[in-house]
Ligand binder design. Structure first.
Ligand code: FPP
Length: 246
């Protein structure tokens, strides 16, 4: 199917899985897989921009990934710093706006500084909106939102009866971003793994056995073709949706 004329998702979220297995299958350390994964990140960002996706959110490190061996955690953190140093200039030249979501207070001062500088540099860019989730968990995000709502109620700024889905969404990390239309997960597992639990409510889910370091533009296009063939009903019947499209 040609992707030129079809429905492109406005927001694509990606769980990048399989770096460790890719490396092990080659008799290499897990870290080699993560390094190889950076190339797939670059390709996916390019593909998203070329295809007209407006928001791309990548799950780079979960709240639970802190449980990995210390050596792997610190090499991943080093890789994030290095990727920021190497890639931000090019992202900026391509008009990409970069933002980070997650528990920033858990990260090293050096990484937080790089993140802040990358966000500030690209803040005015109007092209692809790229969100990178580091030290992020969907439950953490929801707990924070609940705390913010409770605090607003306590201060009198919000009445309990005014708490609704819109009010809660406004307190989430991706508050000003449309919900993901499509979730891609590589690496063969079919689960959400505490990613954007609230935001993914109506996302189409696409899973591939391809390991993240082997994910490329062709695979990305397969996910877009899968999305284009879906009818999104949001609780309506198929007949209602077809009537509205006429
Ligand atoms: C999951 O594979 C991958 C990660 C926990 C890290 C993702 C990080 C990158 C792709 C590096 C660069 C990212 C950015 C944004 C610059 P896994 O280790 O769980 O693989 P496995 O399931 O095969 O063990």
């Amino acid at each position: 199917m040609s992707l030129d004329s079809v429905n492109i998702p406005a927001h694509v979220a990606v769980i990048m899985d399989g770096n460790g297995r890719w490396a092990r299958a080659r008799g290499k350390q897990r870290h080699t897989g993560h390094r190889a994964g950076v190339k797939s990140v670059r390709m996916t960002v390019e593909a998203a921009a070329e295809r007209g996706v407006s928001h791309l959110t990548l799950f780079a490190f979960s709240s639970e990934n802190w449980r990995r061996p210390e050596e792997e955690v610190s090499s991943l953190m080093g890789l994030f710093v290095e990727a920021l140093r190497r890639e931000v200039g090019e992202l900026h030249r391509n008009n990409v706006r970069l933002r980070f979501i997650g528990a920033r207070e858990e990260l090293s001062a050096g990484l937080v500084k790089k993140i802040g500088a990358a966000e500030a540099k690209t803040a005015g860019n109007t092209g692809l909106k790229l969100n990178v989730a580091i030290a992020y968990g969907g439950r953490w995000d929801l707990v924070n939102a609940a705390k913010a709502l409770a605090s607003n109620v306590k201060s009198g700024a919000l009445a309990i009866q005014d708490i609704d889905a819109k009010a809660l969404s406004a307190e989430l990390q991706l508050a000003d971003t449309p919900d993901p239309d499509l979730l891609i997960r590589t690496g063969g597992e079919q689960r959400i793994s505490n990613f954007l639990l609230w935001d993914l409510a109506y996302a189409e889910l696409w899973f591939t056995d391809v390991l993240w370091p082997e994910f490329d533009k062709q695979e990305f296009d397969k996910a877009l073709a899968f999305f284009a063939a879906k009818q999104r009903r949001y609780g309506h019947t198929g007949e209602q949706v077809e009537a509205a499209e006429c």
